[in-house]
Design a protein around this ligand. Structure first.
Ligand code: NAD
Length: 425
């Protein structure tokens, strides 16, 4: 099938936008196609609840530390609120609102029975001791436990959090509400986590890439990939790209990175990263900066770290033919317009990184049924959902001659809108 061609639109003014305005921009592209009234748009965009709490704890040096914690519950028309928990110094109210909204459309695009939420604490977790990290998590649960739960709102890992943080989170929640493993997902296997959850987002990114290459009539094997971010998502994506025969030629993290035109030895790089040695010093490559990685000459660029890394300032320098948004919101609308004009195909976050929330759903299902699935079943069900979702988005984009992002939003917003109306306003 041909690549979806984007109908030529007149140039538009897109002044510098904050994250909320940027999310609104993408929403409006789809809302216009769905013919949504202004009132319906307002209803769908406004979060149901925004929680902001103070988290106070005694630090290891005896001083009092205070931090701000957020949980935004955006929409629950299709099921309980669902979304990650981010520990990062740049977490703020606007960003959390934006990411909560993205979760609503994401769970709808892959058609799992959830709404959308997001939370976080404005803290640099790398500067905390293990005891401080545990305390901050437990105090956060103390503040919000009445507003969350397996049938209300189910957090999960995101930037700066991991299975250990989810274990502390569940343990503290259960002190108030009794045995409730489904109150959070992304838990360790020993504490009711699911096989395949840790790898799910990175693996899903590669599954979606395989579908993309198939539709473009190109083999993934032998093609070149650059990945920004070498945490949970970036590491697993690199591993599965490597296993699929693609050449991972550049990888960066917050400290910088490494490149090798012949393909990096991904397994050696994973060991290198695990030892906390700077990627730039990896003996199997040459140093590369984050900005250089974003403009690397590759077939596929995979931003898998922060939001907002591709902007009007650097979009013209991108030389990749395709971009797969493994991170949430890595592309500003201004840059998105440039990529549309330059016919650089972008697979949006709400589809590209939906593997994580999909396996979180499987974990929750297993918790609710007190039954464990094998890894093979998790992977099989994940592939089925992602391939089906990709097909629907691709087909709609082709039919309506819109970018893949607009098609994904049309599907997601359409499903949430119909559920809202059917449930009764
Ligand atoms: P992580 O904390 O495990 O890793 C983040 C990575 O980004 C690290 O390698 C870090 O060094 C790098 N990074 C941080 N700041 C950077 C900067 N300024 N420049 C370059 N690199 C930087 O986080 P993760 O779970 O891998 O999440 C990465 C992205 O994927 C986030 O946008 C997150 O919202 C999104 N996401 C994660 C999941 C999941 O299941 N973990 C699911 C969906 C989406």
């Amino acid at each position: 099938m041909a690549v979806p061609s984007v109908a030529r639109l007149p140039p538009r003014e897109i002044p510098g936008m904050n994250p909320v305005e940027a999310a609104r921009w993408y929403f409006d592209q789809a809302a216009a196609r769905l013919d949504l009234s202004q009132n319906m748009r307002k209803l769908l965009l406004t979060p149901k609840r925004e929680i902001k709490v103070q988290i106070a704890l005694e630090m290891d040096n005896g001083e009092i530390g205070t931090f701000l914690g957020y949980r935004v519950q955006h929409d629950s028309a299709r099921g309980p609120f669902k979304g990650g928990l981010r520990y990062h110094p740049e977490v703020d109210g606007d960003e959390v609102v934006t990411l909560a909204q993205l979760m609503t459309w994401k769970t709808a695009v892959v058609n799992i029975p959830y709404g959308g939420a997001k939370g976080g604490i404005a803290v640099d977790g790398s500067l905390l001791s293990r005891r401080e990290l545990e305390s901050i998590t437990r105090v956060f649960v103390d503040e919000i436990h009445d507003s969350i739960g397996p049938n209300k709102d189910i957090p999960a890992p995101d930037m700066g959090t991991n299975a250990q943080v989810m274990a502390w989170f569940a343990n503290q929640y259960e002190k108030y509400h009794g045995f409730n493993p489904g109150c959070v997902t992304g838990k360790p296997l020993e504490l009711h986590g699911s096989e395949g959850r840790e790898e799910a987002t990175g693996r899903g990114v590669v599954t979606i890439a395989q579908q993309l290459y198939k539709r473009r009539g190109k083999p993934l094997a032998g093609s070149t990939v650059a990945i920004q971010g070498f945490g949970n998502v970036g590491t697993y994506a690199a591993r599965f790209f490597h296993e699929a025969g693609a050449k991972v030629v550049a990888v960066t993290d917050v400290t910088g990175g490494t490149k090798n035109a012949g393909g990096l030895d991904v397994w050696a790089l994973i060991d290198w990263g695990a030892a906390k040695t700077p990627l730039a010093q990896f003996p199997g490559g040459e140093p590369i900066t984050n900005e250089e990685l974003l403009s690397a000459e590759v077939d596929l660029l995979v931003p898998a770290a922060l939001g907002g890394v591709l902007t009007a300032n650097n979009a013209e320098h991108v030389r990749a033919g395709m971009i797969l948004e493994a991170a949430n919101h890595p592309i500003h609308p201004e840059a998105d317009e440039i990529f549309n004009r330059r016919e650089i195909l972008v697979v949006p976050d709400i589809l590209a990184n939906a593997g994580g929330v999909t396996v979180s759903y499987f974990e929750w299902v297993q918790n609710q049924q007190h039954f464990k699935w094998e890894l093979s079943r998790v992977r099989q069900e994940l592939d089925r959902i992602l391939i089906d979702s990709f097909d629907k988005v691709w087909t709609l984009a082709t039919e309506k001659k819109v970018p893949l992002r607009t098609a994904a939003y049309i599907i997601g917003i359409g499903r949430v809108g119909r559920a809202t109306v059917l449930g009764g306003i």
